[in-house]
Design a protein around this ligand. Structure first.
Ligand code: ADP
Length: 181
């Protein structure tokens, strides 16, 4: 695990299953139909139980690059923020939409006055976004927000499933925080 203090916020990178994490909000890598699926979405809905899917059906839809909130069922969280990242190769403005999905989650976390949020690596599974391209966008978007005080968030975690994704995020964080001259 990597833990880095930035201003008043602790930014963490860890390996694991996001459905098992404790945080005020856990971010789901959802699809725009909020219909459930594999990967993060499957793990979260399996662990959260049927009430979350019922809420998703009622909400019905979420635009790519945006996010919606539900309760968290049996997860160790108060809320699930369902974020829809872009499909790589399908959305022309994929980088902008990916940043916008992370921004939408942070805006909702602030709106609900949450202190902790856990993100997966949005779009880098079924949606095909190369991790080397997605990691700098994910980290930069979150770090930019930390710079814009005041913020209720005190802990922001990226929960990364596999070693390769974790390593790329770790390298990218190092590069952002300690750029070589
Ligand atoms: P998307 O459809 O947005 O690409 P996926 O869920 O398919 O979302 O994958 C996003 C990333 O999350 C991938 O890097 C994948 O390996 C990873 N992942 C899959 N399952 C989990 C999980 N349970 N916890 C955390 N990350 C996961």
């Amino acid at each position: 695990m990597i833990s880095q203090a930035i201003d008043n916020v602790t930014l963490m990178l860890m390996r694991g299953n996001i459905a098992e994490i404790s945080a005020d909000a856990i971010v789901n890598a959802a699809n725009s139909a909020l219909a459930g699926g594999g990967g993060v979405d499957g793990a979260i809905h399996r662990a959260a139980g049927p009430t979350v899917m019922q809420e998703c059906r009622q909400i019905g839809h979420c635009r790519t690059g945006s996010a919606v909130v539900t309760t968290a069922g049996s997860l160790h969280a108060r809320y699930i923020i369902h974020a829809v990242g872009p499909i790589y190769g399908h959305h022309a403005d994929a980088a902008q939409l990916l940043a916008s999905a992370y921004d939408a989650c942070i805006d909702l976390a602030e709106k609900y006055q949450l202190e902790s949020i856990a993100f997966p690596s949005l779009s880098t599974g079924a949606y095909g976004y190369p991790v080397v391209e997605a990691a700098p966008i994910a980290l930069q978007t979150v770090i930019e927000h930390i710079g814009q005080a005041p913020t209720t968030l005190r802990q922001i975690a990226f929960v990364l499933f596999d070693e390769r994704t974790f390593k790329i995020y770790a390298q990218e964080l190092e590069r952002i925080l300690r750029p070589t001259p």
